[in-house]
Design a protein around this ligand. Structure first.
Ligand SMILES: Cc1cc2nc3c(=O)[nH]c(=O)nc-3n(C[C@H](O)[C@H](O)[C@H](O)COP(=O)(O)OP(=O)(O)OC[C@H]3O[C@@H](n4cnc5c(N)ncnc54)[C@H](O)[C@@H]3O)c2cc1C
Length: 324
């Protein structure tokens, strides 16, 4: 029987969304043939998480060990290596996240398993795995074929696949003994440090006026701050704006910033790189202002204005003033 393993990501008692996306992909693929989808939950005191997962996966395999309480790639690798050798699933899926990026390459070397990272699509031809990887910042899509193997390893890009939704019918929970024997000091979890919030929380905003590198410089920021204020919203931005110190990190939207879900997201001078767009997909309405009609942001926008922001923003401000 074909078996797909999905590594569950959890942090501070919460399962991360990418886990459900991987389960969603696994379920759709398994649906076409005889096979089994298994969520691998590594942790300590994770009974509640296992219950939660059982509503989204037909089987949850749990390994509990105090040393798995917080993510430590050495212990995770030890457990995964033991489970893969024992069960030999066709595929191990991980998120292309800090977890997957740290863990997957060394596990693949240890077990001599083919690995493709940061994949945006997968398909099998017989037992041969083909993956689609978006490379060079999304400019090229590369089709790769992995060397034939009993087991393949993949890290999938977050935010690409729809998540598996919970169901009434519960899957089975299987407890596996921990294979960890020695404790190591080579790598230790110390603590989680939340980025200090010095201002407003953009993830809670109902209206966001978001600026990108295309605004040209910080001298234009007051125009956007005024617009955000008059709309009762907040200002946010893309990563280059933070990298250039035009706005603080807490304003950054994207995979290395915050995920937002406002009623209205106005993206100005933002090209629409996937690292940005992934984090705005929950917005009700996206309005893009960009002078390049081919900017990818228009692919996700509900409304688009192709023009220089210097022409559009003053008009928009006038309009908003007129509505008050
Ligand atoms: C590991 C990793 C993590 C990342 N995380 C994030 C993240 O969390 N968030 C994020 O945003 N990015 C992130 N990035 C960067 C991301 O790949 C893009 O480089 C970035 O989003 C581009 O920012 P931008 O759209 O502001 O700039 P650009 O790509 O330079 O786009 C500027 C846009 O402005 C338009 N423009 C120029 N002048 C005007 C004008 N006068 N009027 C109107 N439009 C104009 C241009 O046509 C262009 O489309 C990450 C990258 C990596 C590798």
């Amino acid at each position: 029987m074909t078996e797909i393993f999905v590594l569950v990501e959890h942090r501070q008692g919460k399962i991360r969304e990418v886990t459900y996306e991987l389960l969603g992909w696994g379920e759709r693929w398994i649906g076409q043939q005889e096979g089994r989808l298994t969520a691998l939950l590594l942790g300590y005191g994770v009974k509640e998480l296992a219950e939660e997962l059982s509503m989204r996966a037909p089987r949850v395999l749990v390994v509990e060990d105090e040393r798995l309480k917080d993510f430590n790639s050495i212990y995770y690798q030890r457990v995964l290596s033991s489970l893969l050798s024992r069960y030999q699933p066709l595929l191990l899926l991980m998120g292309h996240t800090a977890y997957g990026m740290e863990l997957a390459p060394s596990l693949s070397v240890e077990l001599d398993l083919p690995l493709a990272t940061d994949c945006i699509d997968l398909s099998f031809e017989g037992r041969q795995l083909k993956a689609l990887r978006s490379i060079y910042g999304g400019k090229i899509n590369a089709h790769v074929t992995l060397k034939e193997s009993k087991t393949y390893m993949i890290t999938l890009r977050p935010g690409i696949f729809p998540p598996k939704m919970p169901e009434e019918k519960k899957g089975t929970i299987v407890i596996e003994p921990s294979p960890i024997q020695e404790t190591t000091e080579r790598k230790r979890f110390l603590e989680y440090i939340e980025a200090p919030l010095t201002g407003e929380d953009i993830s809670q905003a109902e209206i966001l006026v978001s600026v990108g590198q295309g605004i040209g410089g910080p001298e234009h920021l007051p125009m956007f701050e005024e617009l955000a204020k008059s709309l009762g919203g907040m200002i946010s931005c893309s990563r280059p704006v933070v990298d250039r110190n035009w706005l603080p990190k807490e304003r950054q939207v994207g995979i290395s910033g915050k995920t937002v879900k406002p009623k209205i997201y106005i993206a100005v001078g933002i090209s629409g790189a996937f690292q940005h767009v992934t984090a705005i997909k929950g917005s009700d309405t996206i309005i893009a202002i960009n002078k390049d009609p081919r900017a990818p942001i228009f692919g996700v926008a509900d409304y688009g204005i192709v023009d220089d922001f210097q022409n559009v923003i003053p008009l928009l401000k006038e309009k908003v003033k007129g509505m008050k």
